[in-house]
Design a protein around this ligand. Sequence first.
Ligand code: BES
Ligand code: MN
Ligand code: ZN
Length: 502
Amino acid sequence: MHDATGFRVTVSSADPWQVETELLVIPLFEQEPLPFRDLEEATGGEIARALASSEFKAKLFELFVTPAQGRTWRARRIAVAGAGAEKDFTTDRARKLATATAIAARQRRVDRIAYVHRGPGDPVAVGQAVAEGFVLAAFNPGEYKTEDRDFAPARTLEFVASGAATAGLAKAIERGRLLAECSNLSRRLCNEPGSSLPPRLFAERAAEIASVGGVTVEILDEQRIAELGMGLLLGVARGSHEKPRVIIMTHEPPGAPPSPVLGLVGKGITFDTGGISIKPADGMERMKDDMSGGAAVACAMRAIGLLGAPIRVVGVVPSSENMPGGAAIKPGDVLRGASGKTVEVLNTDAEGRLILGDALWYARQLGATHLVDVATLTGACVVALGKITTGLFGTPDAWVQVVREVADKAGDRAWPMPVFEEYKEQLKSDIADLANVGGRPAGAITAALFLKEFTGGLPWVHLDIAGTAWAEEAKPFMPKGPTGVAARTLAELAFTSDRWRF
Ligand code: BES
Ligand code: MN
Ligand code: ZN
């Protein structure tokens, strides 16, 4: 097993032909003539031949690898990496291209690669993204395989920005390395089978991950949870022998202003059977990743600590199993949360919003002024946005916009959905303050509006990652399995407080 550390990322201002490496990655755009003098000679005409025969057309993520042989080029092999149309090239494409080429390098048993910066984009932003992409390629989704033990990702990246290597670029690359390591830690937690990671162990692992760079961690057990009156979380936990936990992570850098305080809240259901409103057997194994939001928060807290975010941040991760044990809550039961609000549980499978209700309330008690929650919350969000885009909900619009821009830069795509008050009608209960489900129409929106009831009117954003936390099919830049979505977004958000004017 490889742990997530041990990468070396450097920058170079050399010209590509001067770079001594095992595999020199050169992005090439469609319809573009071969760049760099002597590249044709260095590859014995192989690239030109492949282009002429259409074996290689520089389509996005297409890869053509050939030995370098000229005396002027010092790399052992050259990989021309299809970068698609130049006008469509973005920093996110650079990140994905770096992952795709690093995965290809791993399959070729290459340890050291160099990536040549080409095309549009600020080298500092692209450099960070390429370092991220490179490290993301090292995630091993097959951790429990006993054969095929030789998963050996590339460990050394040289980012070649000819003439543009600066101290700022070196810092950005190190930041990218660290952020992607945090993404991979999050993916590893999400990949863990439910029974290997009940709330007690999830809390321990999260504490281990987040206890760095001055971040302090406290784990609330079922007794403390009861003392705080978190009846929503306790209600969900009743169906399991495994006791709930709440993980509290605090980043309080010396000299940080008293406000703002960023409150990060993540859903930590370590397995979701649906409870008494039990899910169909088909595909239920996927519900081991129902703690993806919680993992993203814990891993973001690690990055926030190590990178030294300038503001106070508090992370709250409520964790429970959702099981149909003999003591489980039943449809129609009424629960009272720590905020005092009562909830009629019409469907025990809408458990995420219950535990998040208590956690959002607690984040406010801990002084949060700006809230963001992340949760694999609704199948309805997958219906609405598919597997590509995270659902983005919240208020005010300016706060939603900040999160959206940060997510975009971090490579987590998110798109705003409405939270009009009118939808709240659907959450009316005959017996209690709220029902926990609002019917099939607008299911992702009514879930968000349920959460909003616990935010006390603070600026709040909800990220529904039900579709984006897990990749169902492999892509050149993403193997099947956990994606690590939102970890980098949450971490980067803690560095944008100068833009929070609400
Ligand atoms: N964890 C699920 C949501 C989910 C579904 C995540 C599919 C990833 C993929 C959540 O707890 C849930 O079961 N939601 C219900 C809510 C419904 C009962 C209102 C759903 O979406 O079906
Ligand atoms: Mn559920
Ligand atoms: Zn769930």
